[in-house]
Design a protein around this ligand. Sequence first.
Ligand code: F6R
Length: 250
Amino acid sequence: MVIKVFGDYDAVSAEAAKLVAGQILKKPDSVLGLATGSTPIGLYQGLIKYFNNKLVSFRDVKSFNLDEYVGLSPHHEASYRYFMDHQLFRHVDLKEQNIHMLSGHFGDAVGECERYEHLIEKAGGIDLQVLGIGRNGHIGFNEPADNFPGATHLVELDRPTREDNARFFRSIEEVPTHALTMGIRSIMKARKILLIATGKAKAEAVWETVEGRIRPQLPASILQLHSDVTLLLDVEAASLLSERLYVLES
Ligand code: F6R
């Protein structure tokens, strides 16, 4: 793992945007795995700036998002499709046919998950997967469990995850109880992984990810087994890590 620590959220976001833009420049038809949540908003703003300054184009990029709530239409303000439209998609030249998201409105969950896995495979696999991390160590919506879930699947969300995400809804009761998420194997198949985490609330999960025992109860710990992972952290998220493990960027 390459671990870089920055002074604050803005510096983390700027570095993340640089890495993603660099990936697109190197391979204009990159397949990007994207995340939602508060953490990548600054990264997406950075990418929009690169696009507006004509430094990068998404014309040939394909995107696959990690997850989606069950039961929310793409027009629901808390759906991940709505989030991505507003935070990134409508601001850049990514083509609609190249945007892929799991549908929260499926007839058959297994069929929807298989469809998604098939599309990722058909696209040639994910070149760069962007991840955030939950307080409980989840990546995507792979919650702590007794086994590492393999492929894209239906998941019941943990109470802490629903509490954390209640800020996007009027109340916790409105937060869906289930989601579809890319599985751990789907994530680990990405050629490169970029995990971003900021804030004190993530410090323990980050420590467990880097220095803890690899176990399904802390899903992100599996990243220790991936050969190309970069962690971009702010000083708060990195506060429990042994200093010898990271580079402090000025
Ligand atoms: C979202 C996702 C989640 C979030 C995580 C952190 O697509 O996959 O794993 O990355 O819950 O969320 P924030 O960034 O809101 O703290």
